[in-house]
Design a protein around this ligand. Structure first.
Ligand code: GLU
Ligand code: MG
Length: 450
């Protein structure tokens, strides 16, 4: 559609302002708001100027050292009109997601560009990735900093519906982004909720996850709450996970290519190889799916989070699960490595890259684990710290090549700085004492915008 037609339609819908938005390395939404009358110009000239160091900042928005170097040249943030949405929770505003460009080329360090390329790799082989993000998050009172309700009441009807206006505004936002709403319920901790979506195809799944996080934060503030996607806000309560459900679809017939009713677990060879790839690349994947020092407090027994590197049918303690209802068209693999803090573009790209390598090398997963993984001898544990996971990522040449050297270099720089910054602020970083509490530093660094 011609950009002037778009502007005319937006004006008729009452839009005055457009946010041109992207996810930084942490998944934090960054945007510029422009007047509707100028929007067509930015579309036609290939984007809006955006700070060149945008992907090389920490979660508090500081450029990572060394700061004495000349700032990099600006990016152009080029709107992707497929993502345009009128925001029901921000009257008069629309939002479009963009890709970062430099010298008229997509920037290979931009997580959205990386994710798009992985999706295209699958599509060129005739497979459409279909994915669903399953987010858990806490609602925290902005003044008292306590959870929105004090007790652990999983799926309690009264708790589920304690904030009907907030809920309805969130659901209207989902609809505006084209997100198929599946379920909303209270999770297994004070103040913790889970919202699930129907799966979406290609890059759209990550766009929807990113849009959801930002909208949820913006709406929750109006009701006096923060909605942090920090993975482990309270040491004695469950973490917030971001489970990622995968299948591959035949784009012509719509058939689920992971389904094979003749297999004992209902999985096709393609699905088994994808699963094999997730497990082989697991230590490196963890660096991308559990992106903050805080995330490593999630991998503890007793909280339904994975602790060991294994898969199992309907086993929540396993890192990869075949859910109980994964049959026929719903056949899927659930990647449970990720914490809620994961950048959705990086999470999807990383998981697809691991699956791709599994398919390419016809990797077969080891036998399933149906028991508590702690009772199974010889299972490898998940990395115990971000630095350990980053070492594994840098050593994983195949995964790094699939995600691209410019992205890996940027990501590892930012994340090594996350570790260094935590060390500087928390004298006992990495000790038992650090592992057994949530430090105020973690709230300050990751507790609002992520
Ligand atoms: N909160 C758990 C996690 O950290 C997951 C609970 C569940 O299985 O839904 O992944
Ligand atoms: Mg859950």
């Amino acid at each position: 559609m011609d950009s002037r037609t778009i502007v005319r339609l937006l004006a008729a819908a009452g839009v005055r302002l457009v946010r041109i938005e992207m996810a930084d390395t942490h998944g934090i939404a960054r945007s510029k708001t422009v007047a509707l009358e100028r929007f067509a110009d930015y579309v036609n000239k290939g984007g809006i100027n955006f700070y060149g160091g945008m992907l090389l900042q920490d979660a508090s928005g500081w450029d990572i050292p060394p700061e004495d170097q000349l700032p990099p040249p600006d990016y152009q943030l080029r709107p992707d009109l497929d993502t345009l949405a009128v925001l029901p929770y921000a009257p008069g505003e629309a939002r479009v997601i963009g890709d970062l460009y430099r010298d008229a080329q997509p920037a290979p360090e931009d997580p959205r560009v990386v994710c798009r390329r992985l999706v295209e790799r699958f599509q060129s082989a005739g497979w459409l990735p279909r994915s669903a993000f399953e987010y858990e998050f806490y609602l925290i009172d902005r003044v008292s900093r306590s959870p929105a309700f004090p007790d652990r009441q999983i799926c309690s009807t009264i708790r589920n519906n304690m904030l009907p206006e907030w809920r309805d505004e969130v659901l209207r936002a989902l609809a505006a982004f084209g997100i198929g709403f599946s379920t909303l319920s209270v999770e297994n901790a004070p103040g913790q909720f889970e919202i699930t979506f129907t799966p979406a195809d290609g890059l759209t799944a990550a766009d929807q996850a990113f849009s959801f996080r930002t909208a949820l934060k913006e709406i929750s503030r109006r009701y006096g709450y923060d909605a942090p996607f920090m993975t482990k806000p309270f040491i004695n309560q469950p973490a917030s996970g971001c489970h990622l459900h995968h299948s591959l679809i035949d784009p012509t017939t719509g058939a689920n290519l992971f389904a094979d009713p003749t297999d004992p677990y209902g999985l096709s060879p393609l699905a088994w190889h994808f699963l094999g790839g997730l497990l082989v690349h697991a230590p490196a994947l963890v660096a991308l799916l559990s992106p903050t020092p805080n995330d490593y407090k999630r991998y503890q027994p007793g909280f339904f989070a994975p602790t060991h590197l294994c898969w199992g049918p309907d086993n929540r303690a396993a890192a990869v699960r075949i859910p109980a209802d994964a049959h026929g068209a719903a056949t899927r693999i659930e990647n449970r490595f990720g914490g809620a803090a994961a950048n959705p573009y990086i999470a999807l790209a990383a998981s697809l890259a691991a699956g791709w390598d599994g398919i390419e090398r016809a990797l077969q997963p080891p036998p399933p684990v149906c028991d508590d993984p702690r009772r199974v001898a010889g299972l490898p544990t998940l990395p115990r710290s971000l630095e350990e996971a980053l070492d594994a990522l840098e050593a994983d040449e195949r995964l790094c090549a699939l995600l691209g050297e410019p992205f890996i270099t940027t990501y590892v720089r930012v994340k090594r700085w996350d570790v260094e910054k935590a060390r500087q602020h928390v004298p006992d970083y990495g000790t038992e004492a650090w592992q057994s509490r949530i430090d105020p530093y973690e709230w300050a660094e990751y507790g609002e915008l992520i």
